[in-house]
Design a protein around this ligand. Structure first.
Ligand code: NAD
Length: 279
């Protein structure tokens, strides 16, 4: 029977560790603050932002909320980021994505001081990741590495196949698996013979954004399957990019949705906020 990797429990473990670090820092006189910037009131973004604020409260990080109108200009948002960059009592800056169409996301990401880039999206953070220098790691892929390690799943020497090459999941995931000595293949919408390539994987990371696309036809017997996708069906139920019930009998371990990768993203954000003190 496949092991169901409990992202909720592992994320709790990480948040407890962060909580202890926050207490230790406070005893030395250092408080940690995260500025959370939301533009507009997209309901999905509001859920994510609230969950991040709740996590801050849980681990003892102060969250400062900046809620801007949907119509805010790019210049106003950039000015706010510059202000937050200057504030010595702000350790991390998080701008909830996506932003409205009239704002250039790349410009906003680049405006954040790399020392406060707790999402790990700034080109300097991505560059540092690529060449193995210290820097913030993108939270979702860093969380997946923790899920694997804390479930005693060996990465070194394993065939790791990633489906999806986005800047926030697929690409940083590839570099992190490589860093752990995996043999990494990145696949995408133009990959030929996707099923065949995926069937080589000992560890298959799925970040496509298509509900239940990955069935057992893509999975080698005994593979570990990590499902990054999050979708809500017409009945409001969450599912991933993997057809969980179909894949469960053939894999050796799998992350559920919800309760797999999702909670890890927020736990790693909290971890990055503490890291901001040392970077
Ligand atoms: P994206 O849309 O930026 O990238 C999707 C990738 O999938 C692309 O690189 C594309 O080439 C590839 N792709 C699309 N169709 C394909 C196909 N038919 N065959 C092979 N490859 C295909 O998405 P993203 O931001 O990487 O997110 C992926 C999923 O993960 C989404 O469901 C998103 O909601 C979810 N997500 C979850 C978390 C989390 O915390 N759990 C974090 C980020 C994203």
């Amino acid at each position: 029977m496949a092991k169901i990797i409990d992202g909720k429990a592992i994320s709790k473990e990480i948040k407890e560790e962060v909580k202890e670090q926050v207490v230790a820092l406070r005893e030395k006189g250092t408080e940690i603050s995260l500025a959370v910037v939301q533009v507009g009131c997209d309901p999905a973004s509001s859920v994510y932002v609230n969950n991040k604020k709740k996590a801050c409260e849980y681990v003892g990080i102060r969250s400062l909320s900046y809620e801007l109108e949907e119509t805010v200009s790019e210049m106003e948002l950039l000015n706010l980021i510059r202000e937050l960059n200057q504030k010595t009592d702000v350790n991390g800056i998080l701008v909830q994505l996506p932003l409205p169409k009239h704002i250039d996301e790349d410009k906003v990401i680049k405006a954040i001081d790399p020392k406060k880039d707790v999402d790990g999206f700034h080109p300097q953070s991505v560059g540092a990741l690529c060449i193995g220098q210290p820097g913030f790691l993108s939270c979702t892929p860093a969380g997946i590495i923790q899920l694997l390690k804390r479930s005693d799943i060996e990465i070194a020497g394993k065939e790791c196949v990633i489906i999806g090459r986005s800047n926030i999941v697929g690409k940083p995931m590839a570099i992190l698996l490589l860093r752990e000595n995996g043999t990494v293949t990145v696949t995408h919408s133009r990959t030929k013979n996707l099923q065949e390539v995926c069937k080589r994987a000992d560890i298959l990371v799925v970040a496509i954004g298509r509900p239940k696309m990955i069935t057992r036809a893509y999975v080698k017997e005994g593979a570990v399957v990590i499902d990054v996708g999050i979708h809500r069906n017409e009945n409001g139920k969450l599912c991933g990019d993997v057809d969980f019930d179909d894949v469960l009998p053939v894999c050796s371990a799998i992350t559920p949705v919800p309760g797999g990768v999702g909670p890890m993203t927020i736990a790693m954000l909290m971890h990055n906020c503490v890291d901001s003190v040392n970077l």
